[in-house]
Design a protein around this ligand. Sequence first.
Ligand code: GLU
Length: 335
Amino acid sequence: MKKILYSLILISALGLQTKVDARPYDTAKVEQILAQAHALYKDDKNGANADYIPALAEVDSELFAIALVTTDGKIFTQGDIDTRFSIQSISKVFTLALAMEQKGAEAIRDKIGVNATGLPFNSVAAIELNEARSVNPLVNAGAMATVSLINGDTGEQKWQAISAWYAQFATAKLGVLEDIYRSESGSNGHNLAIAELLKSYGRFYGDVDINLDIYTRQCSVGVTTKDLALMASVLANGGTHPISGAHLMSADNVQRVLAVMTTAGLYETSGEWAYTVGLPAKSGVGGGIIAIMPGKFAIAAFSPRLDGAGNSVRAQKAIDYIADKAKANIFAHLD
Ligand code: GLU
């Protein structure tokens, strides 16, 4: 009985009201869970900053922030919430969303692919081994090909469309972190090689240099953890922004984006993440991760030290903790 009561408190704490328990969630309880997650993992020193983009190695490794946005528009934050960091691969989710809205879900499946690679995010081998070549929109190859699909006659038009799109998700204009952009542009040979290889297979849909530059800019967009949670909240809310009310995506497309996040969001450990946490998520080598509980809430967490696959150690642990306390898992049996 005690256990059931405890579960009900936690479920209501994060807005997971069931038919039996329709009370509004307890704001103090949500705040407490976020504070606990922060306190539990703030001293975890495992992992290391990404350093293949030199400017990422310079970011303070101790930074740690968590934000949660509910589908009814409540925002909860904890830690270094005002720090801006580069969105990196998390941008891939939102450019995919734009490409899907513009070109349709079938085009994404046909022109990019939607399978997991099982290989690192910038793997050239994955392109050679898979017939779809670009494999999926959340690894570098597929993400750059997705940028090449975005409408626009010039690079500048495309970039304006992408940055205006991100701004609608974040409910704020987001700038590019110039030091990250310069650093990444100066060490981009591997991505250039991937884009050229795709082009040679007829799986890149525009000029390589222009689209690679847009991809690099989108990865260098600066966000706070709260911005990220706000962006992710649209995916938790079926395509309508819980704060602005803007209708940004069709519910069908949200569903498909969440599916790709589930199979490919955490690089080659996406399977383990689905197995243990069970929430569609996407991480970036800047140290951010977003995770979605459809219909309920979105979480974002940030801390720069990464594990071997490229996922923030503390962010993974914090999200795992919060999801567990909230009993949030898309694979869970609903009773
Ligand atoms: N801009 C990074 C790259 O292209 C993104 C990698 C990531 O966050 O996974 O290598």
